[in-house]
Design a protein around this ligand. Structure first.
Ligand SMILES: *Cc1c(COP(=O)(O)O)cnc(C)c1O
Length: 473
């Protein structure tokens, strides 16, 4: 690839007057755009020939790393394979061209999909009813907490302003509670990494509105005290919220509704396959147990589209559920769990495993076992890129200093997983014998090690800014 030609910004390849596309002849006569809404000068668009444009973007797309290029063990994100049939279904003109204000009688099929998905989610989760409106996991959390707040308000119980959140929780949990106007109270984890029931007991009183839990939690551990926790929380009059982002390993094995949860969200883009890298599209349907249905956000039959969630993501999820069917959906959880445990056991002699119990779909290492080399989790993550693997999640959860969180998902073959294990072991050897190689990684990617702090504190996000920076240097 000629970097000089195609690695540049499209603006740098521009030549005045060059054209890649000609507009069809105007058949409609000339209508002047009113002067008050016209630009004062021409838009500053790049001027390139068609083939330059095609090569520029095609070559850039090949610099990207995605689930379709290689193994992507990003913990907490469930980066599973997104079957192409989902994309085909989502692109069908009958669905893709729906208008949000279209009369119900003209989109019966789309509404049937809604209904089918809602019922499938109820069956999978053990809850009575779902709204498909929320656009992401965090959006679902906010919706769910608002439901919990209204539940108490409707009973005239206005002193319940606190939400209990485990210290291992995903950052969106306390953030959603704060946005909902509730006070966050943190409950500690035991040394085994699960909720400390004794600490919880001391926090419960009649000012608690609810408790948010993720199960398995963000350490990939099954919260085995759930029945007791649910009973304690309910007996003080509060509700149990289930953060369903980690539903994957439980599919077909157990159901949040049967564990005593009252309200939950599901990250359809994780568990039910939608491409969601780079903050891509999501959907976070919220379900409630029987008796709370009327607290779900208002639903009307009159429209689909933006008012009723991310329809294309809902479609993909429904296609995925129907493709696997009831029988095969049950294999997802056990396989995801097996893959994670296999990696954990194969690497724990060279990577530090702070919590040594059986994990669910993901687990956390606390960096390399040999801390004397000075090689950090960041260095390991960057070196993995040289070997063609996406890095795991790093420095999350915050419970350990050198967190390296690995989630293989159920999709990967044993060969792929063995290849990853071999490379992780090779990097551990390199850390001991040639630490500078690991610390300087990545060496083979189009862009080397980025200064994260500089990028965050002093982001250069526009072409003009970049040009100005260049001049001032
Ligand atoms: C991903 C995730 C969330 C947030 O979901 P988004 O769709 O990214 O908003 C919340 N909790 C957990 C445990 C997660 O893994």
């Amino acid at each position: 690839m000629n970097n000089k030609l195609y690695g540049n910004l499209i603006f740098e390849l521009s030549h005045e007057g060059r054209r890649g596309y000609s507009l069809p002849h105007n058949k409609f006569g000339n209508y002047e755009v009113p002067a008050d809404i016209r630009r004062s000068h021409d838009a500053e668009l790049p001027e390139c020939d068609e083939l330059t444009v095609v090569r520029h973007y095609t070559n850039h797309s090949e610099n990207n790393f995605g689930v379709d290029n290689g193994f992507y063990p990003l913990g907490s994100c469930t980066m599973k394979y997104n079957p192409c049939i989902n994309e085909e279904v989502a692109a069908m003109p009958g669905f893709a061209n729906l208008h949000p204000l279209q009369p119900a009688e003209t989109c019966r099929g789309a509404l049937e999909v809604y209904d089918g998905l809602q019922r499938a989610l109820s069956e999978i989760s053990g809850l009575a009813k779902f709204t498909l409106n929320p656009f992401a996991g965090a959006h679902g959390e906010l919706t769910g907490l608002m439901i919990i707040r209204s539940y108490h308000e409707r009973r005239g119980d206005t002193k319940r302003t606190k939400v209990i959140v485990p210290d291992s929780a995903h950052g969106t949990n306390p953030a959603s509670a704060a946005v909902c106007g509730l006070d966050v109270v943190e409950v500690k984890s035991t040394p085994e990494g699960i909720v400390d029931v004794e600490d919880l007991r001391s926090l419960l009183d009649d000012t608690v509105a609810g408790m948010m839990m993720t199960n398995p939690n963000t350490l990939g551990l099954f919260e085995k005290e759930i029945p007791e926790i649910a009973e304690l929380v309910h007996s003080c009059g509060a509700l149990m919220y289930y953060d369903g982002a980690n539903l994957n390993p439980m599919l077909g094995v157990c159901r949040p509704g049967d564990m005593g949860f009252d309200v939950m969200h599901i990250n359809l883009h994780k568990t039910f396959s939608t491409p969601h890298g780079g903050g891509g599209p999501g959907a976070g349907p919220v379900g409630v147990r029987a008796g709370l249905e009327e607290l779900l956000p208002g639903e009307s039959e009159i429209s689909v589209g933006p008012y009723h969630g991310n329809y294309a993501v809902l479609l993909r999820a429904y296609a995925y559920i129907l493709t696997l069917g009831k029988e095969h959906l049950k294999e997802v959880g056990p396989l995801a769990t097996l893959n994670a445990n296999y990696i954990k056991e194969s690497l724990k002699d060279v990577y530090e495993l702070p919590i040594a119990t059986t994990c669910m779909h993901e687990f956390v290492f606390d960096g390399l076992k040999d801390k004397s080399t000075g090689v950090t989790t960041m260095d390991v993550a960057k070196r993995l890129l040289d070997y063609g693997y996406h890095a795991p999640t790093i420095y999350f959860p915050l419970l350990f200093h050198e967190s390296l969180m690995i989630e293989p998902t159920e999709n990967e073959s044993k060969d792929t997983i063995d290849g990853f294990i071999e490379v992780m072991r090779r990097i551990a050897r390199e850390a001991a014998t040639e630490p500078e190689t690991v610390k300087g990684a990545p060496h083979y990617t189009p862009i080397g090690r980025v200064d994260d702090v500089l990028a965050a504190k002093h982001p250069v996000v526009t072409y003009r800014q970049m040009a100005a920076e260049g001049e001032s240097k």
